[in-house]
Design a protein around this ligand. Sequence first.
Ligand SMILES: [Zn+2]
Length: 339
Amino acid sequence: MPDQNFFAGVDLGGTKVNVTLLGEDGLFRISEMLESPSLVSEGHAVTLKRMEAALKEAVDRAGVEMRQVKAVGLDTPGPASVDGVLATQGPANFGTNVWSRFPIRQAFEDAIGLPTVYANDGNAAALHCHRVKFGRDASSSSMTAAVGTGLGGGIVVNGQLVVGRSGFAAETGHVVLPSNGLLEPGQPLPRCNCGREGDAESWASLTAIRNNLLPYYLQKNPSHPLWQVDDANGARSKQVLALGESGDPMARKIFEKQAIALAVLFDIAMQFLDLDAFFIGGGVMQTRPEFRDWFLAVVRRRLPLRDEQRGVTVEAAPDGDMAGARGAARLALESWRAH
Ligand SMILES: [Zn+2]
């Protein structure tokens, strides 16, 4: 394939960088996660070198020459500006403030000498999910929610990512939800790292399990085996997903709350945007099919739709943790074509 053009997607995370390669024909040339340490705690220069090395490795792996790569899509945890200037507080999971206001898109473009476009990781994943289902159809709209340490995601309206004035649109994890139907008697209102109380992320994230849901439900279940687990570094909360998969009633109750919270969030989104599809990503979807289908069914059951909206789907996000890198590569290809 000497004449084909290629587009790279570089997904920079708090611990790993994952790279993929997309041909101009729309086919991905790397079928699995291609991860290496991102070393973000060691500062910009070290991490930029790591990203560059990871890009070269991906190009080698795909049997492509670097000169065939025409553009790069970069995604990182947000918040960040449309042009990839990280927000003042820096990405929460980088665990260091040296990334505050760092113009990472420009810095990476300068380092590799290739046109580089930027999206935050939630938006990149949302673009990938949307294109897998709808292609370039300009009449369809969707929302993606990824349940991880936080609640990330993005919104595509009429085939275009919604990024907003400053790049901070579609931060749907910080939409405050009505607490009726969510809050149990005696349960404290959950608080998010952003400072809001009762927003979607304060219910539907690993942080929510650790800070609110697990402490509340454990105290109601004094004989639960998790009491025997040493809780150093949130060890108990990390076991809740496996317990949920195996059918543990308390863990299922916790994930039922998360599914209801997502349904409430999706209902709010429907009123604004009348979407075609919702994609759910993150650990809750990378589970046994029985658990995944149960979780999706709770969301669907709790999402009130009009008769005319019955075709709206709630489904697992495709390609798991590769969605970010793949969406970034798509962004690079689409932006290259547009110029
Ligand atoms: Zn929040």
